[in-house]
Design a protein around this ligand. Sequence first.
Ligand SMILES: Nc1nc2c(ncn2[C@@H]2O[C@H](COP(=O)(O)OP(=O)(O)OP(=O)(O)O)[C@@H](O)[C@H]2O)c(=O)[nH]1
Length: 299
Amino acid sequence: MSNEVRYAGLVGVVGRPNVGKSTLVNALVGEKVSIVTAKPQTTRHRIMGVSTRGDRQFVFVDTPGIHSDTPRRMNRDMNRTAQDAARDADVVLFLIQAGQWNEEDQAILKGLKKLSVPVGLVINKVDRLDDRKELLPFMEELTQAADFHFVVPLSALKKENLEPLMDELSVFLPESPAFFPADQHSDQSPQMVAAEVIREKLMLRVHQEVPYALAVQIQSFKREGRLRRLEAIIWIERDGQKGIVIGKGGQVLKAIGTAARKELESLWDCRVHLDLWVKVRAGWPDDPRLLGSMGIGGE
Ligand SMILES: Nc1nc2c(ncn2[C@@H]2O[C@H](COP(=O)(O)OP(=O)(O)OP(=O)(O)O)[C@@H](O)[C@H]2O)c(=O)[nH]1
């Protein structure tokens, strides 16, 4: 049997922040392509995860959470990316959390109804329900609210019920040659991966003290045989945040650097030398040039 790809398409993944979009894409693709933290709004780039199975290739467009209020430029850019992703897709997965339905979900559904793209509903985090019988009335209510092409309850975290979702999705892939080689799982450059991994380690350690106002820019990236040498800048908004990110005697920054280096070494299977610098630029979330250089929107 030939394994050549005959059907390939884009699967948009939308949903309010923190419903588990990144976790789902990572689980479906089978490796970590998008960073996951417990803090909402961690996904900024339009990251693709690619899964090739036999003659079918699924390209997941893992979008930032769609937000209803958008006071700052960064959020506006994120919103636009999310909507573009949904419009370009062959099929859209609308993620919600089991047992929860709020105004944000409602607003996203309203936006999706305007698109002429088929939408399937994914009810994630079913493992958090005390009693799975609660799912039935919840599913019934939602299927009355909209005409979804399919509804799949699952747990992205526990990797439960993922196969039925892939079966549903495969019907929507148009006839097309592959977009990516079968062994490729992501369209991200190593620089983007490095920036995301560093930002994940940062968020895990300092997000309570420095909410959102953090960005990572890779300043230089060099390959020297089996070593990759990176210099990265951590941008913060205020001088007062420097101490938090650096920590007493540089301890916090050192821990972040070590954690990021170890993860990159295992991802890339080579040695990594990582230098981190902390710099202040007031108002960076409103600076289109800086955002553009980090791959977040920009004009
Ligand atoms: N219990 C449980 N937790 C989950 C499940 N899926 C995701 N989570 C958790 O929910 C949190 C948010 O997951 P993400 O995948 O980052 O959510 P997201 O929708 O991509 O979030 P944004 O990037 O902010 O848009 C993380 O702490 C995940 O571990 C699930 O099936 N069950």
